[in-house]
Write a new protein. Sequence first.
Length: 164
Amino acid sequence: METQTPQANPPSHLWLGPMHWFSDWPIGEVPQAGSLVYTIWDRSEAFVYVGISGRSVSVSAKSKGPLGRLASHASGRRSGDQFLIYVCDRLVLPRLGNRIADIADGTLSLDRETKDYVRTNLGFRWLAMKDPAAAFALERALQAGEYDPPGKPLLNPTARLGLR
């Protein structure tokens, strides 16, 4: 089991560290509390997405921590999960062809198709952070492509410039 103390690994752990495939979900070593940054990759090692969990030091009843955030991604249920909306819109829908009638009559579930895509094609790496501010800063830097590798993520890049 991989254990990490906050900032025990450098940011490169997010593109060089152990890969955890959603096909193997649940992954026991993801912490249930604290702040972390995670990167999502496809099987060809393309950088798909960067996210954080643990945005505040206080824990709310609604928050499910890092494990809950990644479990939401693994579930394929798009409601309330921006990552899964991006996956469905950009990666799943183009593969479905002209099946709008099947979606409309309920014979084709976009949530099921999204879950199948995530479980078949995507994996993640994660890095525990010392606090929410550090997690947010690293997420923003990765979205802006300030580390090369890995460059900008496919699904949630930003326009901020600068390389580290």
